[in-house]
Design a protein around this ligand. Structure first.
Ligand code: PLP
Length: 398
């Protein structure tokens, strides 16, 4: 017999979510997460993974991971600061620093952990953080954890950012001020206006923090992210990347100056108090960066597939918002309708998950499509045919 108060809390809130169509049922994928997946006994075209380049199933990376596991074992054995820093972790950080054109890199067990650790290692209650209103949950939580004053600005609105940066600076209340943004926004696929943001940062001495979770492996020279894409190498203080999305494995990192990384290695709490990434994962990540450095083939194919799917959906009459990257939402509005749309797509052979409040603002429920380099043209054509059929059936398109 557990707590009655807990039981009441859970029953009431679960029922509330379910009655509003906001309860997310988790689907289990049987086997690997590739361009075709099996769910509930059905084979489906997968338009919902973050496996942008297909690297989660890459042979070279699998091989590297097996070899490292044989050499080092399955676990690192300790946190990084005790004796869980193996030579393979150092190698990964050196490989990433070279790829990112920065002095140094610190890796974390996930991108979420990275934001939990990195923001609060530098920012505190005497500081302020200017935060884009559509920033990822891990950024929001990382900001809260720091105890800094969080000042939201309207999504990508650089006039408002300048105004609020000036107010914060003129108030004289804050020691440090940071501006923080996603490099690519995961729900709309738009790109943050970083050149303008860096200008504002110069003007008001803001620390710049860019989370490239959805830009890593996608944007810029060989997929190296926002800095190379916008020609801002050396101009962003914190470049966050994930190893969990396009890189296909798991982990997160900060790329920056040697001093910044040295500081994070003694102050970022998930680095100090949580066991380091497995050797197999580290080896797979190194191989992924090698693959990206050798050729742009996968990144090129991702963009080609992204453009193809986008054009197709737009021609069918779907509202794809203002995406500038392969991430392609079909904005439906109503949460129930978006979920029904996703269910119908599933029945017809496409896995494209609906995304509802609180992941996106109320009234902007959507089905989000993530084409990858691993999709064939045939898979995309089949998807478009299914979208046309289901869209007409539900009255979303004519
Ligand atoms: C997914 C995501 C993260 C979390 O990354 P994980 O490595 O999956 O923990 C952090 N920031 C942004 C912007 C993300 O989209």
């Amino acid at each position: 017999m557990g707590s009655k108060a807990l039981e009441r809390f859970l029953t009431e809130n679960l029922n509330d979510l379910k009655s509003k169509g906001l309860y997310n049922e988790i689907n289990t994928v049987i086997g690997a997460n590739g361009p075709i997946i099996e769910v509930n006994g059905k084979r489906l075209i997968n338009l919902s993974s973050n496996n942008y380049l297909g690297l989660a199933n890459n042979e070279r990376m699998i091989e590297a991971s097996i070899k490292a596991t044989e050499k080092y074992g399955v676990g690192a054995g300790a946190v990084r600061t005790i004796n869980g820093t193996l030579d393979i972790h150092d190698q990964l950080e050196e490989t990433l620093a070279k790829f990112k054109h920065t002095e140094a890199v610190i890796t974390f067990q996930s991108g979420f952990n990275c934001n939990m650790g990195a923001i609060s290692a530098v920012m505190n209650k005497n500081d302020a953080i200017l935060s884009d209103s559509l920033n990822h949950a891990s950024i929001i939580d990382g900001c809260r954890l720091s105890g800094s004053k969080v000042i939201r600005f309207e999504h990508a609105d650089m006039d408002e950012l300048r105004k609020k940066a000036k107010e914060a600076r003129d108030s004289g209340q804050y020691e440090k001020i940071m501006v923080i943004t996603d490099g690519v926004f995961s729900m709309d696929g738009d790109i943050a206006p970083l050149p303008e943001m860096v200008k504002i940062a110069d003007e008001f001495d803001l620390i710049t923090y860019v989370d490239d979770a959805h830009a890593s492996g996608v944007l810029g020279e060989n997929g190296s992210g926002s800095a190379t894409h916008h020609n801002l190498v050396g101009k962003i203080d914190f470049q966050i990347g994930t190893l969990s999305k396009a890189i296909g494995v798991v982990g997160g990192y900060v790329a920056g100056t040697r001093d910044l990384i040295d500081w994070l290695k003694v102050r970022a709490r998930p680095f100090l108090f949580s066991t380091s990434m497995t050797p197999g994962a580290a080896a797979a990540c190194i191989e992924a960066i090698n693959i990206l450095s050798e050729s742009t083939e996968l990144v090129d194919r991702l963009w080609e597939n992204g453009r193809y799917l986008k054009k197709g959906l737009q021609e069918l009459g779907f509202d794809i918002g203002h995406s500038e990257t392969p991430i392609t939402p079909c904005i439906i509005g109503d949460a129930d309708k978006a979920q029904e749309f996703s269910r119908e797509l599933f029945n017809e052979g496409v896995y494209a998950k609906s995304i509802v409040f609180p992941t996106v603002p109320l009234g902007t429920a959507r089905v989000r499509n993530m084409p990858t380099a691993a999709h064939t043209k045939q898979m995309l054509d089949d998807s478009l045919e299914i979208y046309a059929k289901v869209g007409k059936k539900l009255g979303i398109i004519k």
